[in-house]
Design a protein around this ligand. Structure first.
Ligand SMILES: [Zn+2]
Length: 732
């Protein structure tokens, strides 16, 4: 054996050996399937992806215990995330998404993603993962799209899908609506403006939305305003005098401002709900690019912030601004991606009715048919399910699976509004009817299409659900599915018909518990009447050495591949396991990875020492007395192993690794080999056999954590064509 284990020279060859020998799949034994959470296809691996090691540990551990373990990998197109990354590239070139028709933009992002996912696969292999790469799935594969369409059609038929003009969170910068989970509340100090509204004064932080007001509201118990309820008041505004009705509604907080509020249903979720209760009109003041619409008169076309400035100045000039409270603290909803303010907007969206579906998820979670590790996540899941609302699945993005709906364009097509690029690449917006009337050919609209927005309710156009374009004049829905709508079906699109299902193990990060795990259970119960997996293991969060979350803005991001290059994949993987409290954060430091590299070398050197003893044994004397230390070693190993196996089977990997680290180095090497050194040197067969057996058993236990060094030693001991993956851990 060489003096030391050199990962840079040996890992590649060992991985190729596994590939050549077909260890990525196994037919021998009871099936055990692990699903890989598909990494996003838009970036390189980050340190957090190192926790995929947990899944690899499970796959290898089960294999060594006689199971036909099978790890199914893949890649997620990550709709919003990827389009956001791609748009940043465009911005650098002075371009934006609005410069392209849908098809061109989609094809360009596809090329970008293909190139990038190749890099990610190479990186995952560098970490030693025993995944069945031939079975990789991409969430935009034809088979996945077909499955997603099937699910959607079935849900439409079963009445779980509806289309409605509803208030949604919309980010004008990112150009898409967002689920509640994709928004972040921040507390901020903003000016609160007190504006004269006819006989009242009312307070608002958003005076620029006043053109969309459709009522005034007070609390029904507020005695100050009882006489006004139900009456219309005349209001002098910036665009002349108009009338507003006063309504009474419990949602108004009499303590806020003066106790009177304006109702702007199109741009405030509470006002929207109130408008439904009181049958009020919707008036859209802000458009999808974040600018004021025509109903704002001279302010039309201004951005929200510009319009606010102008409106406040004009109110002041007209004597309509009573006062301003500059220190008003309130909660603002922002986009989780770009950090800008979310605009609540009303426009048509597709929704999933979740009440019934989530009830079924609750039942299987409560009964532990899906079991969470650590157990605290069960409670979190149940709490989330309690507050889960209907799910808006429309995203106004190009990158994703288009919702398979086609709107019928008949002569009076003023209920379909379109954005499209004309022959000169100029953006045109308006109703289809208006364009057709002006001599635009239908095919021109189709070719340059960016966005279709069809009305809902009584004036909604007819539509058909189909993956292909129906014959006749139809325009496609341009909204794509929320990316979780497709990745939520991951267990259904990765496991083939007739294969082992439910799968067994799903390891993932805690931040996607609600987005992803809940949806996978939901879709699996819906389509297969079975849970998708039996155990959910939530990975620990990988942080920097000080326990701080890694982020580009903090500049503390660690590239896992750099660490693998320097110290080897085994060392990197082990550093995520060693000295970590079960379920706690994983602080990652170069020192720790270095220490694990030293440990890999220690493991190698123990083997080398035993090997040298074996070489001496040729001239050994076998008629020696029994040695007590050998019995002690066997007993201690058996006790240790029992606990180790128990912890591994209960997914307590970090504890198992710590115990094994301790046993191999500080018991086997420091104590037993030290005590038996002289017998070993003199070639005592009993000692040699006992040490070799214990050491080999330890290598098998260590293999899931440090696959490369253990396989390398195995070959030194038993021959170049042998693999430790063919061994089994015997429980006796
Ligand atoms: Zn945004």
């Amino acid at each position: 054996m060489e003096k030391a284990f050199t990962p840079a020279e040996q890992e590649k060859g060992l991985y190729e050996f596994w590939e050549k020998k077909g260890y990525f799949t196994s037919e021998k034994g009871e099936p055990y399937t692990v699903l890989m959470p598909p990494p996003n296809a838009n970036a390189s691996l980050h340190a957090g992806h190192g926790m995929y090691s947990v899944d690899d540990i499970v796959v290898r551990w089960k294999r060594l215990n006689g199971f036909a373990s099978h790890w199914l990998p893949g890649m997620d197109h990550a709709g919003f995330e990827t389009q956001y990354v791609y748009e940043k590239h465009l911005k650098k070139k002075g371009q934006s998404r609005l410069d392209f028709d849908r098809k061109t933009l989609y094809d360009d992002i596809f090329s970008f993603v293909k190139e990038n996912s190749g890099t990610i696969y190479v990186q995952l292999k560098r970490l030693g993962f025993l995944a069945d790469w031939d079975r990789s799935t991409f969430t935009l594969d034809d088979s996945v799209i077909a499955h997603v369409y099937e699910t959607f059609s079935k849900m439409v038929k079963d009445g779980y899908v509806y289309r409605d003009t509803y208030i949604v969170n919309y980010c004008p910068y990112c150009g898409t609506s967002l689920a509640d989970l994709e928004t972040i509340y921040v507390t901020r100090i903003d000016p609160l403006y007190y504006i004269k509204y006819g006989p009242f004064v009312l307070a608002t932080v958003r005076p620029e939305t006043k053109f969309g007001d459709t009522a005034l509201a007070v609390n029904p118990d507020d005695a100050r305003y009882t006489e006004w309820v139900g009456k219309e008041v005349e209001v002098e505004g910036l665009l002349g005098t108009f009338k507003l009705k006063v309504i009474a509604d419990d949602f108004v907080d009499p303590e806020f401002g003066t106790g009177v509020v304006k109702i702007t249903p199109s741009h405030d979720p509470n006002d929207f709900e109130a408008s439904k209760r009181h049958n009020l009109e919707l008036k859209q003041v802000i458009d999808l690019t974040g600018r004021l619409t025509d109903i704002a008169g001279p302010y039309a076309g201004m951005t929200v912030s510009k319009a606010r400035e102008a409106v406040v100045a004009d109110l002041h000039e007209k004597g309509l601004l009573e006062k301003v409270d500059m220190e008003y603290e309130h909660s603002v909803t922002t986009c989780y991606k770009c950090g800008r303010d979310v605009e609540p907007m009303t426009f048509p969206n597709w929704f999933i009715k979740v009440a019934e579906l989530k009830q079924k998820v609750k039942e299987v979670v409560e009964k532990d048919e899906v079991k969470f590790h650590p157990a605290k996540y069960k409670k979190q899941m149940l709490q989330w399910l309690d507050v889960m609302h209907d799910w808006p699945i429309s995203r106004q993005l190009v990158w994703g699976i288009r919702i398979p709906v086609w709107y019928k364009v008949d002569e009076a097509a003023d209920n379909i509004y379109v954005w499209w690029l004309d022959g000169d690449k100029k953006l045109q917006k308006g109703s289809v009817a208006s364009f057709l009337k002006n001599g635009v050919k239908f095919s021109e609209i189709e070719d340059g299409l960016q966005r279709v927005m069809a009305q809902t309710g009584d004036s909604a156009p007819k539509y058909v659900i189909s993956s292909e374009k129906p014959s006749g004049d139809y325009l496609p829905e341009t909204d794509t599915f929320d990316t979780w709508f497709s990745s939520g079906q991951w267990p259904l699109v990765t496991v083939k018909d007739g294969e082992h299902f439910p799968t067994d193990f799903m390891g993932t990060a805690s931040e996607i518990l609600k987005f992803w795990i809940s949806r996978m259970i939901m879709f699996s119960l819906y389509r297969k009447k079975a849970v998708p997996f039996k155990d959910v293991y939530i990975w620990s969060l990988v942080t920097d050495a000080k326990g701080q979350k890694m982020s580009k803005s903090k500049g503390n991001v660690v590239n896992p591949i750099d660490l693998v290059d320097q110290f080897g994949a085994d060392a990197f993987r082990a550093s995520l396991m060693f000295g970590v409290a079960q379920g706690g954060r994983v602080p990652l430091s170069v020192e720790k990875v270095k220490a694990m590299r030293n440990y890999a070398n220690k493991v190698w050197n123990i083997g080398r020492f035993i090997m040298m003893g074996r070489e001496n044994s040729a001239e050994s004397d076998i008629s020696q007395d029994h040695i007590q230390e050998v019995t002690n070693l066997k007993l201690e190993f058996e006790t240790f192993k029992k606990k180790f196996v128990k912890d591994m089977d209960a997914f307590r990997f970090q504890r198992s690794f710590d115990d094994l680290y301790e046993f191999l180095w500080h018991r086997l090497a420091d104590v037993f080999i030290e005590q038996l050194k002289d017998h070993l040197k003199s070639g005592n067969i009993e000692v040699l056999d006992a040490l070799e057996k214990t050491y080999s058993e330890c290598l098998k236990l260590l293999h899931p954590f440090m696959p490369f060094v253990t396989e390398a030693v195995w070959k030194e001991f038993y021959g170049a064509e042998r693999s430790i993956l063919d061994e089994r851990i015997l429980s006796d």
